[in-house]
Design a protein around this ligand. Structure first.
Ligand code: 5GP
Ligand code: ZN
Length: 110
């Protein structure tokens, strides 16, 4: 298995898990870009959002909303990001959603 996130799911690589169920895993990003920076991934491998069914994307989004609440971000606001493909800045080819919050990110301005 050469997919980094599949190896995290399998427990071969340690991660700071914050949520897990039968189809979803969420863990803290190793290089956080904000005070809260969590990655939400499906346990089933999809290269990107282009391959994933709507149900999977929906489960990821619902998990992100729950985690935003538990991180205290619901009122303040937060960002959900799915980088896709080369020009989209996707470095890990296993679908993942970033949950970012806790301060401004420099974009959009203000
Ligand atoms: P992408 O750039 O593909 O949208 O996001 C990949 C993310 O995975 C990056 O934010 C990066 O910091 C994170 N990442 C890469 N390797 C690891 C790892 O081994 N463990 C964790 N927790 N995050 C990782
Ligand atoms: Zn994978």
């Amino acid at each position: 298995m050469n997919c980094l996130f599949c190896r995290i799911i399998a427990g071969e690589i340690p991660s700071s898990k914050v949520y897990e169920d039968e189809s979803i895993l969420a863990f803290r990003d190793i290089d956080p870009q904000a005070p809260t920076h969590i990655l939400i991934i499906p346990k089933e491998h999809y290269d990107s959002v282009l391959e994933a069914p709507a149900e999977v994307i929906g489960r990821m989004t619902e998990t992100a909303k729950q985690l935003a609440a538990s991180e205290g971000l619901t009122e303040r606001g937060f960002r959900l990001v799915i980088n896709t493909g080369e020009e989209g800045g996707q470095s890990v080819k296993h679908l993942h959603m970033h949950l970012l919050g806790g301060r401004g990110f420099g974009w959009p301005p203000g």
